[in-house]
Design a protein around this ligand. Structure first.
Ligand code: GLU
Length: 276
């Protein structure tokens, strides 16, 4: 089976070096194996997406010297997400929830990988599902249906699915037809991704993704969670902390291929230390 990787940015902030690192790693892993590298624009969050940035991502990838095939953006796949969500609802695996963030905090929720762990306030309640609700996964029921599950990460090896740090997470948002988790799992399967390559900050999410794959009976990829680039203060590069935009470097005439090469060297050095 050919190796298929992807770079799946959410264009709600400018592309920075951290994104470039992720893209270079995914690109090279595919190309070294004679496989394919995909670009998928994750623009499901209509409120935060900045459409003017989408083309910036493409231009920056070009500037880095990468080659890719672009697959349909998430905003074009909403019907598919809605169908999958209603399948889970029909199977009794999702329940509606009207809680606000404040209410969840007030209920004394513990903090987990994805923020507050939902304490199950709406579980088992009769709510009007035509009112604006979010739909949450009944994780206990889902795990009982799926049975013991494992997934394979290139560095961590074989990992047993343990969703306990997530609680009953949102699968369909109040303000969007799917959550990141639902969309990414369906898309990776649809796009034929065989190696999910992304930063280690999303490592824990793979527990949930593996569970959703089992519920939908989807093919199971392997995962490669790479280390994250840090800024001078040792903090993860991020849009929020105002990491320099690659587009500015590109427009200033800097050499994108040289930057990609620098990122490759970093990655190889890391791979040697990690023994991969
Ligand atoms: N769209 C996500 C982000 O930009 C990445 C999703 C993924 O790689 O699974 O953070």
């Amino acid at each position: 089976m050919p190796l298929v990787t992807r770079f799946a940015p959410s264009p709600n902030g400018p592309m920075h070096r951290g994104h470039a690192f992720s893209a270079v790693v995914a690109h090279d892993l595919a190309h070294e194996a004679g496989g394919e590298f995909l670009l998928r624009i994750e623009d499901i969050d209509g409120g935060r997406t900045r459409p003017e940035l989408i083309d910036e991502y493409r231009r920056n990838l070009e500037w880095l010297g990468l080659e890719w095939r672009e697959v349909p953006a998430q905003s074009t796949r909403l019907e598919r997400y809605a169908l999958a969500a209603s399948d889970l609802i029909d199977r009794g695996l999702l329940y509606p929830c009207v809680c606000t963030r404040k209410e969840i905090e007030a209920a004394g929720a513990r903090r987990g990988e994805e923020g507050l762990i939902y304490p199950g306030t709406c579980k088992g309640k009769r709510l009007d599902p035509t009112a604006p609700v979010a739909w949450r996964l009944d994780v206990e029921k889902a795990m009982a249906e799926a049975g013991r599950l494992v997934w394979s990460d290139e560095e961590a090896g074989c990992v047993e699915v343990d969703p306990s740090d997530f609680g009953d997470l949102v699968i369909v948002r109040k303000d969007a037809p799917a959550s990141y988790h639902l969309a990414v799992v369906l898309d990776d399967a649809e796009d034929g991704v065989t190696l999910v390559t992304r930063g280690r900050d999303l490592f824990a999410a793979s527990h949930i993704h593996r569970l959703l794959q089992a519920l939908f009976d989807l093919p199971v990829p392997r995962w490669h969670h790479h280390g994250l680039l840090m800024d001078d203060q040792g903090k993860k590069l991020s849009k929020r902390r105002g990491s320099p935009a690659l587009g500015d470097q590109r427009r200033a005439g800097e050499n994108g291929r040289a930057l990609a090469e620098e990122l490759r060297v970093r990655w190889r050095a890391h791979a040697k230390i990690a023994g991969t």
